[in-house]
Design a protein around this ligand. Structure first.
Ligand SMILES: Nc1ncnc2c1ncn2[C@@H]1O[C@H](COP(=O)(O)OP(=O)(O)OP(=O)(O)O)[C@@H](O)[C@H]1O
Length: 225
């Protein structure tokens, strides 16, 4: 399986990676080369291995074969630098349920590397307003609806300076306006030279997005006997 459209050294390169989980080969010899300014959508049926691939790209899972490289270096050699450049959001809403939306935004800025962040800066209110969370800022996040919790989690995309975003099903639970808003944010990130690798079961609707696609074919998964 090969996916590469540009010969320049990729920002992120999964080089002939394979994954075996629960005795099944999910993918084998997979190539994915992500350049600055690119957005890749990983598609495939339930269980095809999309989340597994994203975790591998994020350095959370070691490939059974092959290697993932960032700026030409194996991830294990550039781990600290990579984690400064990377924002990974898994498919579960990564929020602290016992904190308010406002507190979550503050901590996201701190964890995103903003050492000057103080609580309740104007910037926090701006982010909450953009995500339609004004009026809910003091509510414990765990008491918000699934879509509202997802919006709180996605405030990380407004707080982070990371150049590479790896996002597992970011549209989950979002309404139509939320999906459009997120795609606008993607465009802004890409126009600044950022890159995105994401999974989604639904097609992206913004035709301005320079979308590249990789489909994992679960029918080709092999069972190891
Ligand atoms: N921690 C694990 N240990 C063993 N097998 C796992 C583990 N996590 C996932 N798997 C298996 O790997 C396969 C792929 O899972 P994965 O979550 O990557 O699929 P997916 O394409 O993201 O699916 P979905 O569309 O349902 O989110 C599944 O068969 C799953 O059971």
């Amino acid at each position: 399986m090969t996916q590469s459209t540009n010969t320049a050294m990729p920002l992120l390169h999964a080089d002939r990676v394979s994954s075996i989980r629960s005795g099944r080969v999910l993918f084998s010899q997979l190539q994915l080369a992500v350049q600055a300014g690119e957005i890749w959508q990983i598609s495939g049926a339930n269980g095809a291995g999309k989340s597994t691939l994203l975790r591998m790209l994020a350095g959370l899972l070691v490939p059974n074969e092959g290697e993932v490289r960032f700026n030409g270096q194996p991830l294990h050699r550039v781990r600290d630098d990579y984690h400064q450049q990377l924002l990974y959001i898994g498919h579960k809403a990564a929020v602290k349920p016992e904190l308010s939306a406002l507190e979550n935004v503050f901590w996201q800025r701190r964890l995103g590397g903003d050492t000057t962040a103080t609580a309740e800066q104007a910037q926090d209110w701006d982010v909450l307003e953009q995500l339609g969370l004004l009026g809910l800022e003091e509510e414990m996040t765990g008491r918000l609806s699934a879509g509202q919790q997802r919006r709180v989690a996605l405030t990380r995309l407004w707080c982070s300076t990371a150049s590479l975003w790896i996002l597992d099903e970011p549209f989950t639970s979002l309404d139509v306006d939320g999906i459009a808003l997120l795609q606008q944010r993607f465009l802004q990130h890409l126009s600044r030279g950022g890159s995105i690798v994401m999974t989604s079961h639904q097609p992206l609707t913004d035709t301005q997005l320079p979308l590249q696609q990789l489909t994992l074919n679960s029918a080709r998964a092999e069972v190891l006997l």
